[in-house]
Design a protein around this ligand. Sequence first.
Ligand code: NAD
Ligand code: DAU
Length: 361
Amino acid sequence: MKILVTGGAGFIGSAVIRHLIREGAAAVVNVDKLTYAATPEALEEAGESPNYAFAKIDICDGPALREVFAAHRPDAVMHLAAESHVDRSIDDAADFIQTNVVGTCRLLETATDYWRALEGPAQSAFRFHHISTDEVFGALGAEGHFTEETPYKPNSPYSASKASSDHFVRAWHQTHGLPVVTSNCSNNYGLYQFPEKLIPLMIINALTEKPLPVYGKGENVRDWLHVEDHARALVAVLTQGRVGETYNVGGDSEMRNIDVVHMICDLVDELSPRAETVEGGGGRRDLVTFVTDRPGHDLRYAVDASKIKRELGWTPQESFASGLRKTVVWYLEHQDWWRGILERRYAGERLGLSKADQKAG
Ligand code: NAD
Ligand code: DAU
């Protein structure tokens, strides 16, 4: 089986590719534009395999997409390429609309033309797997879970662009018959996550004795899933999912942000004890700083993942406590990677303030 993976140099895409290559499950062609968020270092091992190929392509570039389909003749597409950070979508939504909406449509057009020209079993076995987010469902109150039937109600420009892409994928299936499957996953964490996201930012700031900026009161809840559990779920959806269906993926690990940050502080204290000379002398929890809330901040996400468990036999293997410990250890051991990013691509500054807050600040 040969899979065309878009966004394979990103956090989740690289975990999927490592998984596929290590398991000998498929040959991969990775289609990635290499934006600021790409982490090609995560593919060094996979890059040595004869089953791995890379094409530096923008998914908005139709002719380049047609060439890569013609050259590699994939049996399936796993579409992960996206602008993925909510705060950046608040600052400027243009790239989100371009890549997540226009790029997804270009990819759907190209995949449909390619799929139509396939014959017999190759055509009936072809799959287009669209990787999406639980944020398309909007925000929950204190109770309840997102199911596959929850109505879409995206609140951020990022989630609106992802919701739009989900609708286009569905429309291509209904209108053109393209065999699609979609998965909507909760918050991922783990190795090689770009430091703009909560968990890596807090680990790095705790290690470097910087303030830990918790938005609002830290009471927003996210449902955390280790990225390697997500990678296994995605392969299950691609290979066993029913055409035209959607599958929710989540870790059954709901946590308030403040509790996540406190866990990180305690792990960093244990694994990299603070020098006694540091002011205050106590633990890293004293670095927590409550800052202006994210505009439109969704209160709570929680995913009901019973469909993928029941139908595809997938369950998460990592508990949040064990996964978070492994992640802190990984960031401790890979300081060259994230220090390079801090120097050249993102220095940890606040993103996603409303225009009013920017003015006031
Ligand atoms: P990421 O930002 O780490 O990586 C995105 C990758 O896409 C990068 O390698 C980037 O270079 C590439 N890319 C961006 N624009 C492109 C373009 N126009 N053409 C080609 N490549 C392009 O993202 P991630 O966190 O790995 O997320 C991957 C997918 O999973 C996204 O679709 C995201 O919406 C979805 N998702 C993410 C999470 C999460 O917690 N991170 C949870 C659920 C779903
Ligand atoms: O739910 C899935 C989504 O999870 C994915 O679709 C997105 O691509 C991914 O980025 C993630 O979105 P979030 O907005 O939930 O993740 P983020 O890491 O940006 O923030 C997690 C929570 O932490 C959120 O409630 C905002 C808060 N936060 C974030 C940062 C960066 C802070 O309190 N302080 C921070 O500095």
